[in-house]
Design a binder for this molecule. Structure first.
Ligand code: RIB
Ligand code: CA
Length: 312
């Protein structure tokens, strides 16, 4: 029985690979819809990029919705310096022909959770948590119906990537993150602690390119573009491939290990705004609200990605 999911996303080259992996894995994942959020680039681009990716996957029937165009109460911070002005820089991909759904992404999340049996829909946020938080705020009745939230965001041992203390997705909308982390929904967190162990080395990127398919070559060209920033910053042999950790977890949870711990979000201090304060060592009696992943079998992860992308 496939896991039925809504992907909430701010494409973003790594979001693109996460979506491609999901669309290539129908035995394990049924994508009920994709909701775009403002994050890496503004909403007008993230919703367009989501449709470009669905068409690249050969799945133009996928339902794509535009969600929130700004954080709950703060000014939008974007990341063109990493992802490029278009947010999907690297490959030359055609503008989308498939339609954007008329319904607002937040309404789609609310309506889907109300319509489906409790405990059968998983939310997979890959960007700032604005859409999820707005849905929970406007329709508190849906919170208990969510099967699980599997998200990319946060950091503990790896500390921040947009500020010294905060990871980008949480930093952009810390108030939204606080609502989600305090919601009581079971949450699995793919933080930088995991994603920084999943580096797209030249060998791994060449395996994508060697597929020789439209998808394989496009993914290799996306990586060629967005890895330059992280390799320069970390002096590493490749960039972390963050977001596909979320969809890979749904297919192969055994690739990951972590701890069920308390995670709180800093929403007041300007110095540490957006920090995920993870009680990894259990020094408090705060409620354990998150499965915070710490390790990944990186080679297995890339082998899975390459094998599944070959299907598209
Ligand atoms: O910090 C990494 C996260 O921020 C990833 O989801 C990337 O796509 C950006 O949204
Ligand atoms: Ca993202």
């Amino acid at each position: 029985m496939p896991r039925r999911i809504i992907i909430d996303t701010d494409p973003g080259q790594d979001d693109a690979v996460a979506i491609l992996l999901a669309l290539a894995s129908p035995e394990e994942i049924e994508v009920l819809g994709i909701t775009a959020v403002a994050g890496n680039v503004p909403l007008a681009l993230t919703e367009k990029n989501a449709r470009i990716i669905c068409e690249l996957a050969g799945k133009p029937e996928t339902k794509v919705f535009a969600g929130c165009d700004a954080p709950i109460r703060r000014k939008l911070v974007t990341a063109e310096h990493v992802h490029g002005q278009a947010g999907l820089n690297g490959p030359k991909l055609p503008d989308p022909v498939m339609p954007l759904q008329d319904q607002h992404g937040v309404d789609f999340i609310i309506d889907t959770l109300r319509a489906e049996p409790a405990g059968t829909v998983t939310l997979c946020p890959l960007g700032p948590l604005t859409n999820i938080a707005q849905a929970f705020t406007r329709a508190p009745d849906i919170v208990e119906k969510v099967q699980e939230i599997v998200l990319m965001g946060g950091a503990y041992f790896e500390v921040g990537n947009i500020t010294p203390a905060a990871e980008f997705n949480i930093y952009v909308d810390p108030e939204a993150a606080q609502i989600v982390f305090r919601s009581g929904v079971p949450i699995t967190v793919m933080s930088l602690d995991v994603t920084h162990k999943a580096l797209v080395t030249p060998e791994r990127n060449n395996a994508f390119r060697a597929l020789g398919t439209k998808v394989g070559i496009a993914v290799a060209e996306m990586t060629d573009f967005f890895e330059r920033f992280d390799k320069e910053k970390y002096g590493s042999d490749g960039a972390p491939l963050h977001d596909p950790c979320v969809t890979a977890y749904l297919i192969r949870p055994d690739l990951f290990t972590g701890r069920h711990i308390n995670v709180e979000i800093e929403t007041t201090s300007e110095l540490t705004l957006g920090m995920t304060v993870a009680d990894w060592w259990g020094v408090t009696d705060r409620p354990r609200n998150a499965m915070f992943m710490g390790t990944i079998d990186a080679q297995e992860y890339f082998d899975l990605l390459t094998e599944r992308l070959a299907r598209l």
